[in-house]
Design a protein around this ligand. Structure first.
Ligand code: 1CP
Length: 353
């Protein structure tokens, strides 16, 4: 299998030298783009975009048609996995996701099984269709939620401010939470391996909610299950190395533990000091991040200045993928994204000479 013509992202994730710092943006296909909103209206709903390979391909490519980004990311959602386990996902207009059958009692938890991969065929078909449409331009990133972050939605049934149901279970029946996390980790491992089989060239695990835990609880209930995924994911496909990225939002204090999983790269949220992160993990892993997504709301000059500051904070050493510290806001002016992309490419080249 050939590497993409622009393999800068893959090289940076493996800490190989690059001519410039590659970038992509979390949620780069999404509501801040008018063309995305138009596609969603045509498709009917967000899940209709995800379930139809043609629509998923169309919206995955939209940000790449506007900006010279260095990677595409599969258009899908982390909640496809609990949906395939039978929990009944819906997205009400203007509200977040909801599960019809959240896990709230021992019988339901004991009945939970690894999701049948056939129920996720629509995701794998989208991966294959996107790879085909991309040609050999840039690599395609596949992804999943972390076992713990998925469990948050599976137990709460929706987003939450205090996570009282999952934490209640963790403090009263840790054995039941471990059962859910074990099923999730086995499912996610298979799910990512299928994405790789169908053409994903790097994979990222989003642990959006691991940062709500204490240190010991993070290690026991989130990190341990991500470690199993890193150990179980195919790290090579068709002779090419497939880098694995772990991202725990709010996980800045656990970066060394995260690097110990054997992953290739760590995502950093914007609260992390890049130089301190590099000092902690040494040259073991690449780092991805970490501009505050809300900084994109300011003036073009402000965006350019903040982009340069973040690039300089990481320095020119190999192993940096520029990204935001979390998903791009739907209120972001697309013109500011153009400024960001241009400054990352030009200033990172200048820093290397
Ligand atoms: O059009 C719409 O109204 C839907 C908005 C939307 C989009 C564009 C949702 C609903 N999901 C997505 C796509 C998505 N989600 C991607 C696509 C690829 C990309 O361009 O980056 C990815 C990687 C995700 C991952 C995801 N979904 C995470 C992990 C990363 C993160 O942002 O923290 C999480 C927590 C979700 C759950 C989810 N899906 C959608 C919403 C609104 C939420 C958050 C729910 C909540 O907790 O309130």
């Amino acid at each position: 299998m050939t590497r993409p013509t622009n393999d800068t992202l893959l090289r940076a994730l493996l800490r190989e030298p690059t001519d410039y710092t590659p970038l992509w943006l979390m949620r780069q296909a999404g509501r801040y783009l008018p063309e995305y909103r138009a596609s969603r209206a045509t498709a009917g709903s967000f899940m209709d975009l995800c379930r139809n390979a043609d629509f998923a391909t169309e919206v995955t490519l939209q940000p790449l048609e506007r900006f010279p980004l260095d990677a595409a990311i599969l258009f899908s959602d982390i909640l496809t996995v609990p949906d395939a386990m039978g929990l009944g996902l819906s997205f009400a207009e203007g509200e977040g996701p909801r599960f019809a059958r959240p896990l709230r009692d021992e019988a339901a938890i004991r009945a939970l099984e690894v999701a049948p991969m056939e129920k996720l065929d629509y995701v794998f078909n989208a991966v294959a269709a996107i790879r085909k449409a991309l040609g050999n331009r840039v690599p395609l990133i596949g992804f999943s939620g972390s076992p713990f972050t998925l469990a948050c939605y599976m137990i709460e049934g929706r987003g939450s401010d205090d996570f009282r149901h999952i934490k209640g279970l963790m403090y009263s029946r840790p054995d039941l939470l471990h059962h859910i996390l074990d099923v999730n980790a086995r499912t996610v491992t298979e799910y990512l391996n299928q994405q790789i089989e169908h053409g994903a060239q790097a994979v990222m695990v989003f642990d959006t909610w691991g940062g709500i835990l204490s240190g010991p609880a993070y290690r026991e209930f989130s990190l341990e299950y991500m470690r199993r995924i890193v150990a179980g994911v195919k790290r090579e496909h068709n002779g090419e190395r497939v880098p694995v990225v772990l991202f725990t939002k709010g996980g800045g204090q656990w970066l060394t533990d995260m690097a110990d999983t054997g992953c290739d790269s760590l995502g950093l949220d914007w609260t992390v000091d890049p130089a301190q992160a590099r000092a902690l993990v040494g040259s073991r892993v690449a780092l991805q991040g970490n501009m505050d997504p809300i900084s994109l709301m300011g003036s073009a000059e402000g965006v350019a200045a903040e982009t340069r500051r973040v690039l300089e904070a990481f320095g020119p050493a190999p192993g940096h993928v520029f990204n935001l510290g979390h998903g791009i806001s739907q209120h972001t002016p697309p013109e500011n994204v153009a400024v960001l992309v241009d400054v990352v490419h030009r200033h990172s080249r200048a820093l290397r000479t």
